[in-house]
Design a protein around this ligand. Structure first.
Ligand SMILES: Nc1nc2c(ncn2[C@@H]2O[C@H](COP(=O)(O)OP(=O)(O)O)[C@@H](O)[C@H]2O)c(=O)[nH]1
Ligand SMILES: [Mg+2]
Length: 422
C-alpha cells in the first residue's frame, strides 16, 4: 500500500505513450505510402481503419490504471450504500462473487475505471478472528504483487456513527492489517448520528493513533428522504490519498461530485495540447520535404494517432467513439484531400510544406479537442450529446492561429478549453 507517486505518474506515462504512437508513425510512413488510395472515399476508409487501430493501441497502453479500493467494516455499517452513493450503480452492474473465494468474505465490484472490494463477511463475534486472518492474507497477497495496479490503493473503513462504538477488531484492522496512512475511516449514517456520538468515535480513534484528518462523517442518503452528506469530502480526500496514477480514473468513476468531474475534464487541456503539439511537430517533420497535394494522406497516421489519444484522454468510450468520433474523423480526413486543402489555404501551391503540414494537424487536433471536451462535460451533466459536426470556418481559424504562433510554445497555453477562444 505504498503511495509511490514518482514511479507512476499518469501524465508522463500518457505523454510518453502518445509520443511513442506519433513517433512510430514516421518509421512506418514509407510502408504506408504504397497502400494509400487517392480517392476521397478510399482516404476516409483508410482514416477510419487507422483510427481504430490507434485507438486500440492507446486503450491497450492505458489498461489497468484503475484504483483498487477496499471497503471494510461490519455488516450493516453501510458499506454497500456508501459505494453506491459515491460510485453510482456499480454495485448493480457488477457481477458479484467472481473475485475472491467465498471464504474470504469479499465481494468485488468493478467497471472500466475502478475496482471495489466490499467486505461482506465481517460479523461481530467468533468469526472476527477468521475474518482478520483472511483479510491479512488477502492484503498481503495484493501488496506483494510486483504489479502496482494490483495493489490495494486505498481503504474506506466504515464505522456506524449511530452505534458510537469502535471495536478492538476495528482498531486492529485499521492500524495493523492495513497501512494506516492509506485508510480513511468513514463514520457512516451521519443523518442519524448525534454530534456527541461522532465526537466519542473520534476520541477513541485518535487515541488509537488514527490521524484526525483521515476521519470523515458521511450520510449515504439512502432509505428515508435524506440527501447524501460528506460524499464530496470523501471524494476529495480519496483523490488526495490515492497515488497520482489512479486519480484520473477515480475521478471518472465517482458520481458524488459532478463539479469536480467537470474541473478534471478542463484540466486535461494541458495534456491534450501536448499531444496536439507532438503530432504537429511530427507532421511538420513529414512536410520538410514538400509533399505533393495528392499525397496529403501521408499525414493521416500521425493525425489519427493524435485523435485516438485525445479520445482516450477525454474518456470517450468505445461506443461513443463509434457513434460520434468516427463519422467526424471521416470528415476530418476529407479536408486534407487536394480540393479542400486548396480551399483552406489558397496559397498552398502544389505541395504541402512543413508549416502547412503542422498547421492542418494542429487545427485538426484543436478542433477535436474542443469537441471532445464539450462532449465530456455534457455527458457528466447528463445533457444530450450533439453530433460532432465539422466546421470549415473553425478549422480555418485554428489553422491561422497555428501560423500566428499559437503552438509556440505550447506550455504557455491556458489550461482547459480552447486556447484560441471561440
Ligand atoms: N439512515 C441511514 N441509513 C443508512 C445509511 N447508509 C446505510 N444505511 C442503512 O443501513 C443498512 C445497512 O446498509 P448496507 O449498505 O447494506 O451495509 P453493509 O452491510 O455494510 O453493506 C441499510 O438498511 C441501509 O439502508 C445512511 O447514511 N443513513
Ligand atoms: Mg453490503
Amino acid at each position: 500500500m505504498k503511495n509511490d507517486n514518482s514511479a507512476n505518474d499518469t501524465q508522463s506515462d500518457w505523454l510518453g505513450k502518445a509520443n511513442d504512437l506519433t513517433g512510430n508513425v514516421l518509421e512506418t510512413l514509407s510502408d504506408f505510402k504504397g497502400k494509400i488510395m487517392d480517392t476521397a472515399g478510399g482516404m476516409k476508409d483508410k482514416a477510419l481503419d487507422l483510427f481504430n487501430e490507434k485507438y486500440g493501441e492507446v486503450v491497450e497502453a492505458m489498461k489497468g490504471k484503475r484504483p483498487n479500493i477496499l471497503v471494510c467494516g461490519y455488516t450493516g455499517s453501510g458499506k454497500t450504500s456508501l459505494v453506491r452513493a459515491v460510485l453510482g450503480s456499480i454495485v448493480e452492474e457488477s457481477r458479484i462473487g467472481n473475485g475472491l473465494p467465498v471464504t474470504m468474505g469479499y465481494d468485488k465490484y468493478e467497471n472500466d475505471q475502478i475496482v471495489i472490494w466490499d467486505s461482506k463477511g465481517m460479523e461481530p463475534g467468533v468469526a472476527e478472528e477468521t475474518f482478520m486472518k483472511e483479510t491479512r492474507r488477502f492484503v498481503r497477497q495484493c501488496q506483494e504483487d510486483t504489479d502496482l495496479d494490483k495493489h490495494i490503493h486505498l481503504v474506506w473503513y466504515t464505522i456506524q456513527g449511530s452505534g458510537a462504538r469502535v471495536s478492538a477488531c476495528d482498531i486492529k484492522l485499521i492500524n495493523t492489517i492495513f497501512n494506516p496512512k492509506d485508510v480513511i475511516v468513514v463514520v457512516t449514517k451521519k443523518d442519524i448520528t448525534r454530534p456527541s456520538q461522532f465526537e466519542a468515535i473520534i476520541n477513541v480513534l485518535t487515541e488509537a493513533g488514527v490521524a484526525r484528518e483521515h476521519i470523515l462523517a458521511v450520510c449515504s442518503g439512502e432509505g428515508e428522504d435524506v440527501p447524501p452528506e460528506g460524499t464530496k469530502e470523501l471524494v476529495e480526500l480519496s483523490c488526495q490519498m490515492l497515488p497520482e496514477a489512479y486519480r484520473d480514473a477515480f475521478m471518472a468513476a465517482q458520481q458524488a461530485d459532478l463539479e469536480a468531474k467537470i474541473d478534471q475534464v478542463y484540466k486535461k487541456g494541458t495534456m491534450a495540447n501536448t499531444i496536439i503539439k507532438t503530432a504537429s511537430v511530427a507532421a511538420a517533420g513529414i512536410g520538410v520535404i514538400p509533399i505533393p497535394l495528392s499525397d496529403a494522406t501521408l499525414l493521416l497516421p500521425t493525425q489519427m494517432g493524435m485523435i485516438a489519444s485525445l479520445a482516450m484522454v477525454y474518456g470517450m468510450e468505445k461506443k461513443m467513439v463509434a457513434s460520434l468520433a468516427l463519422p467526424f474523423v471521416g470528415q476530418c480526413a476529407g479536408i486534407i484531400t487536394a480540393t479542400s486543402l486548396t480551399k483552406l489555404i489558397p496559397m498552398v501551391g502544389s505541395a504541402i510544406n512543413a508549416t502547412v503540414a503542422g498547421g492542418i494537424t494542429w487545427a485538426m487536433g484543436m478542433f477535436v479537442k474542443n469537441n471532445f471536451e464539450e462532449i465530456a462535460v455534457k455527458l457528466i451533466k447528463g445533457e444530450e450529446v450533439p453530433a460532432l459536426s465539422f466546421s470549415f470556418d473553425k478549422f480555418k481559424k485554428f489553422y491561422e492561429d497555428y501560423k500566428n504562433g499559437a503552438s509556440n510554445p505550447p506550455d504557455d497555453q491556458e489550461n482547459g478549453s480552447s486556447a484560441t477562444g471561440e
